[in-house]
Write a protein that binds this ligand. Structure first.
Ligand code: AMP
Ligand code: GLY
Length: 423
């Protein structure tokens, strides 16, 4: 089979690596890809929003399966466009991807179907939002309605911060049109868990759980980032919690989307907060998480082509989704200064150390080939993943492997998976 993956970060590198394990795959393409992906796939310099060019390329290369990984094209309707052109495509259509594309939609949806989430109000007018926050309990959470690179969420501890936040999002439009509407939400306390799932419209199968580390600095200090590291499984995601979520969150979400005429096929990512009152949904994403994918897929036993096809064909109930009984940790190597100002273009040494090392992986996020060398090309540069018998060993292995890599201005958190020690 000939497969095209749309995207070019660490998540896509992991998906491509997993596809390359499949005996059913003959040829892989990736648009735009990156220097690491180029090892497994032919990378083509087409952007993820250039759908006409992508369709033309896929048809010319006789691609039999397209996988759309990033949120932007999914939310904007890439799957609809590819399907209309006759391409078999994995991912939710636009009407379903709204689950991630509009936080106001997803909050109203959860309320309507009694899916546990934080209390909230939606606003499309800044004056009303300002009047409301004067009466609300602090701290309070402000969320831009639309996609904002994971940065459109502000946690405000004082009324002044909240007022400034409303202004930033709705009046100054720091996140562009994503801030035309605002969700004002109750602050929840608890531990966060990321649960990814495969969905075929009716059936949902849960992948092994994971936990992300969103802040830039150790001890969860510093600015929010795309994710500085992950571990899987989460020891806090117990069987009891899993049972509760299956009954009250996962299947109800899939059923309710169908009832709304928005049948969801693809990956739903449940961002959960484990609160004292039970698990609540912080957010839905309509795609694999980054860097959750880097610790979840290396532990998945199934051929991913079988699973993608089952989601498209509505036969996921026939798939016995299985994960290895071990653990994985991913430590992101970033450019010092990320997520604000950083330099790039530095040569990366040590990548070869991962070749033929079982259970160790280096997934490229922001790299490129320049004059025959692989150089840094983004804030998040690489994700170093290692497996281990348990979380502690996986963590020790991952941190050992971070030492194999060197580049100027290499930066990482040193406390990825620290929560494991509390178990
Ligand atoms: P989101 O994009 O909605 O997942 O929000 C980004 C991050 O903000 C989450 O991963 C949480 O760490 C935090 N967050 C979002 N909503 C809340 C909430 N209601 N209470 C506490 N923290 C939150
Ligand atoms: N790691 C969080 C996300 O992919 O949105």
């Amino acid at each position: 089979m000939r497969v095209l993956v749309v995207g070019g970060g660490g998540r896509e590198h992991t998906i491509i690596w997993k596809l390359a394990q499949s005996s059913r795959v003959d040829k892989l393409f990736c648009a735009p890809g990156n220097a690491g992906i180029a090892k497994y796939a032919e990378c083509v310099d087409i952007g993820v929003m250039e759908w006409d060019r992508l369709i033309h390329f896929a048809k010319e290369k006789q691609v039999e399966l397209v996988v759309v990984a990033p949120d932007d094209p999914l939310v904007a309707g890439a799957v609809d466009a590819f399907e209309a052109a006759g391409l078999r495509t994995f991912g939710p259509r636009k009407e379903a991807a709204i689950l991630e594309g509009s936080k106001a939609f997803s909050k109203d949806f959860m309320k309507k179907y009694h899916i546990p989430t934080a209390a909230y109000e939606n606003f499309d007018n800044a004056e009303e939002a300002l009047a409301y926050i004067k009466t609300a309990k602090l701290p309070i959470v402000l969320k831009a309605d639309g996609l904002a690179l994971g940065k459109g969420v502000l946690i405000c501890n004082t009324l002044e911060e909240a007022e400034a936040g409303v202004k930033t999002i709705m009046l100054d439009k720091q996140f562009g049109s994503a801030g035309n509407r605002l969700v004002v939400e109750e602050f929840l306390l608890g531990r966060e868990v990321s649960v990814l799932s495969f969905v075929d419209g009716k059936t949902i199968k849960i992948m092994s759980s994971a936990q992300d580390h969103k802040r830039a600095k150790d001890n969860d200090e510093g600015l929010n980032t795309g994710g500085m590291g992950t571990f899987s499984p989460s020891p806090f995601y117990t069987e009891e919690i899993d049972t509760y979520c299956k009954e009250h969150i996962y299947q109800p979400t899939v059923d309710a989307m169908r009832a709304e005429g928005r049948e969801f096929k693809g990956v739903i990512f449940f961002g959960l907060m484990l609160t004292e009152e039970g698990p609540k949904v912080l957010e839905y994403n309509a795609r694999f998480g980054d860097p959750e994918t880097q610790v979840v897929l290396p532990r998945m036993k199934n051929d991913i082509v079988d699973v993608f096809e089952a989601c498209i064909d509505g036969t996921l109930d026939h798939i016995d989704l299985q994960f290895e009984d071990n653990a994985a940790v991913c430590v992101v190597l970033a450019s010092d200064g990320y997520p604000e100002h950083y330099e790039k273009g530095f040569p990366i040494d040590g990548l070869d150390a991962f070749d033929a090392k079982d259970g160790y992986y280096v997934f490229h996020a922001g790299t490129k080939l320049s004059g025959g060398e692989i150089v840094t090309n983004g804030g998040r540069v690489l994700g170093v993943t290692a497996k281990g018998e348990d979380l502690k060993r996986a963590r020790a292995n991952a941190y050992a492997a971070t030492e194999w890599i060197s580049f100027e201005n290499k930066y990482m958190r040193h406390d990825i998976g620290k929560a494991i020690d509390e178990v």
